[in-house]
Design a protein around this ligand. Structure first.
Ligand SMILES: [Zn+2]
Ligand SMILES: [Zn+2]
Length: 269
């Protein structure tokens, strides 16, 4: 299927632009309007577009000890919990992720920010959300390649940008990395918006991802950093990791701006 802006097939553009072609109009808008806080709309000089008061409402309360594979918070009362612990789900069924990290608990304010960014064309939020990613990236080992969680081309067509790709490119710039790959991992099955319990989500995503046959060789023995906006049940990242490892990747880490921090059924993955 061809994707056109005017007479230009966006697939022929550099991947950064092709993944995020709504970015061009957003840049023009930002040139015209002065920065305002994205939450309360008061004027702010902060380039990350959140005033001090609203910044204070962000919930950084992710528990100290997280499962080293899936990042799920360990029970604070568990005397065995430490930096090297695995949660019960990962003990029962090892995760294909080699580590995950997130900056915020996914709640009121972070949820508003991420949904605005993802669904309402609020691309000016990418600076703030990328900054938030940098606060957690150091918790993961260094990777060779950054891959954003891909959108199916129908969804990309509707939304005009891949929010995870925007974050991946902006993060790479801050990390002085130029190895963001958007063509290797592809979403080949159009899935409905993720709903339901963890096992329904996992079933919904089965065989949803594939690796490009032409670019598969680039993954061999590589450490991959997957980028997404939010981790809900880790079903998306797990399925990406499974696909990448099957294609030869050595390690796969997941980095998200926020993650759901809530009890989940044991052994649910
Ligand atoms: Zn504000
Ligand atoms: Zn775990």
């Amino acid at each position: 299927m061809a994707l056109f802006i005017g007479k230009t097939d966006v697939r022929q553009l550099p991947s950064y632009v092709a993944q995020n072609y709504a970015l061009i109009e957003e840049k023009i808008t930002r040139l015209i309007f002065a920065p305002h806080c994205v939450m309360c709309n008061t004027h702010t000089d902060h380039s990350i577009a959140l005033c001090n008061q609203c910044w204070g409402k962000l919930d950084f309360e992710i528990p100290l000890y997280l499962c080293k594979q899936c990042g799920f918070p360990m029970n604070d009362n568990d005397e065995h919990a430490d930096w090297d612990s695995l949660c019960l789900s990962c003990l029962q069924k090892p995760s294909l992720l080699d580590g995950t990290a997130a900056t915020l608990a996914y709640d009121g304010v972070s949820r508003d920010l991420i949904l605005k960014f993802k669904q309402n064309d609020a691309l000016y939020l990418r600076k703030l959300l990328t900054y938030l990613l940098t606060l957690a990236v150091h918790r993961l080992p260094e990777a060779d390649m950054i891959i954003p969680v891909p959108l199916h081309r129908w969804r990309l067509w509707g939304r005009r940008y891949n929010q995870s790709a925007l974050l991946a490119f902006a993060l790479a710039k801050l990390l002085h990395s130029d190895n963001v790959q958007t063509g290797i991992l592809q979403r080949i099955r159009y899935t409905k918006k993720q709903k339901g319990n963890p096992s329904q989500r996992a079933t919904n995503l089965r065989n949803a991802f594939a690796v490009s046959a032409q670019k598969k060789h680039l993954l061999k023995g590589k450490k991959i950093l997957l980028i997404d906006d939010v981790l809900t049940t880790s079903a998306t990242l797990e399925n990406c990791a499974k696909t990448l490892k099957k294609a030869g990747a050595d390690k796969v880490y997941g980095l998200t701006v926020a993650r759901v921090v809530a009890p989940r059924p044991i052994f649910a993955r």
